[in-house]
Write a protein that binds this ligand. Sequence first.
Ligand code: NI
Length: 258
Amino acid sequence: MLIDTHCHLTDPKIEDVRRAIELAKMVGVEQMFIQPTDMEDSKRAVLVAEQEKLYAVVGVQPEFVDTVTDIDTLIYQIEELVGKSSRVIGIGEIGLDFYWDKEKKTKTKQMEVFRAQMELAVRLKLPVVIHMRDAEEEMLSVLNSMEKVPRGEFHCFGGGEEFLKRVLEKGFYIGFAGNITFKSANELRRMLTLVPLDRLLLETDSPYLSPEPLRGRVNSPANVKIIATAVAKELNIETEKLIEQTGKNALCLFSLDI
Ligand code: NI
């Protein structure tokens, strides 16, 4: 089953959401997991998931921690949204990102917001979608300090080999997006070959990271097919086999029986 496990369908760059979903279905994409940026966007994501019979995760991204004024309130709001809809399948995307904050001024807040959402996922027994960019050390420090980590995935993987090893050991799945097709992505393609097939997920991260030859354009869930083909070629397996396995992985991680 071809699934785009990570798309931002509520992003204004996707002008016609229904059309994007239709186009994806026309090329054989059977499911899409919608990812929000903050709590307001989480509500929109759940609405689209319900209307279009898709699925969504809810939570606050590291780049949007400014929208959080009180962590207890945030956790209450997430829990409420989870309880409201059977279309919510996890907490995400959450994580740590110091790419835009080299001086790490937001470090304390990012780590608090991330940790609180991770603990909620453990309590609710829900999987997490984790975003990590330029924050390997901090990420491992949070994971290592938790008594129990939730199951989950590192989406649009961007870490090094040692980091990959550590998170695989902790049971996490690994998602790859359109940047796997970029000419300069040799190291990322090497990371891909180190991920066991039963831990691999496919995603577009649309509207960002359009795969070659569409790089620079607005990305859409239909392009997960291009990513599947590129990943299969890199792993030297048949595209159909890859689609079947990664689909199974996604359903297993998010406890879906569809
Ligand atoms: Ni994303």
